[in-house]
Design a protein around this ligand. Sequence first.
Ligand code: ACM
Length: 547
Amino acid sequence: MKKVLLLLVSLYSLWMQAQHSSIQIVPQPVEVRVTDTLQFRLQQEAAICLSETDLEPTGNYLSAYLEQYLGLRTHLQMPAKKQKKGQQMRQEAAITLINLHNDSISGGYRLSITPQGGVTVQGNDAAGVFYGVQTLIQLLPTQAGIVPLLPAVEVTDYPRFAYRGMHLDVVRHFFPVAFIKRYLDYMALHKLNFFHWHLTDDQGWRIQLKCRPELTEVGAYRDGEIVGYYPGKYQPLPYGGYYTQEEVAEVVRYAQERHITVIPEIDIPGHCMAVLATYPAFSTTPDAEQSCARTWGIYNRFNNVLAPTEEVFTFLSDVFTELCSLFPGPYIHLGGDECAKKWWKASESTQQFMREQGLKDEKELQSYFVHHVQEVIQRNGKRAIGWDEVLEGGISKECIIMNWRRPTHGIHALEAGNQTIFACSGWYYLNKKESRLQQEIGPNGPLTLQKVYEFEAVPDTLTAEQLSRVMGVQGCLWTEYTQNTWKAEFNLFPRLAALAESAWSQPAVKSWEEFSKKMVKQIDRYELWGARYNDAFLRQEDIERKR
Ligand code: ACM
């Protein structure tokens, strides 16, 4: 009898272990506990019950996911008092979404699934409910036509960082609104919450502004671009595009429904050839012909910069004021990177301006520009973000530093008292090829999945106060060699999952070994979502298995 009992107990624990290992959530939650051997079966026509009407977008989101990917129809039940006549017969909810409105960490949630009671998501706030739903999605089948049996679990979870960003350069190559929405969906599925939209650069201006319509009439188009890697071969094929203000509003609304804040970037005072193509008088060589750049990189070669004149500062005030009115989020990115200062050095009128303003070098002039724009942004009730070069000529503590170069620049920003986002190019620029064998992806790299995963931007030498100013991390997708959505997705996946785990999961629950095992299922999800992905990692695994 005792032996039978022992056997049963071991079978039970083996079964529970198997259950546990079949639960593969990315990013890894704080705690996952399997509570029963039985499962909950999600039925057709299941009811999703909301604790308040404000959760309707999240309820609709889940409902749409279940229908689109798994062919499961569900319907929303509003809070009792809001129900319309004839809806009094409330069906027992299969999924209940509750906003606790408590003061705990924003985005935190508890997900509970029991064989009889179904699914309950309790979020600390609306964002928490949304992330609980994302975890629920990861417990669903990765193919339509499979009975959705959900494991009995208790998941307790909250994000490591408040800022979990992803950037997209829509200048070097332009992506339509339909893809921007897809990008936002991908971000949401990985629990990322800030979309950094790189809207202007040397090669084009991609946002319609009513105060300066010429910026898109002229600056949104270039005559052609290079084919192949820099210096490549120039091909005169006109290229362009921009987002109308209606499209911008649509993107902002779509993002909000997914608890994503959009951060627009207008890059100044360098990376401004599209502005100068529109207004040649704004350059340090006003009599020279200006055009949108037709090639990439090597910024000191061609990229002229804004000259410090009254017209230019008025222009910047107008542009950033209108930009602030289009984006409800708290942050505006002003660029500030890779400004080719040689143009200022060579310009007598610029040197005269610097003498008049008591600016000792071109770094201080760059800082003068940044301060001017920062003031406009702050006057409009928002905060400025700048790439880490903005530290060089002096910067106020209110400016958030986005560290794209080596992490030492980010540490320096923290030491200087600024809030910092780590987007270090060596690890988080996802446009790099993942394997040397994938030369067609671009000249830079390789950047393997493991390298992205194992990067820890935050050293343990920081003081608690400095640590409190680390806002989070961000991945970037520059598009010089990413000409289409196929390549964009190929570059993103599965490295976005690695980034997401560094952004969301606590260091104590991170493990490369466990994460790499989860990738097989993650790839199934990408297949379900119709996303292209890079299989370099899987092929590497195959190679190693065969050894
Ligand atoms: C950058 O990569 N120049 C921000």
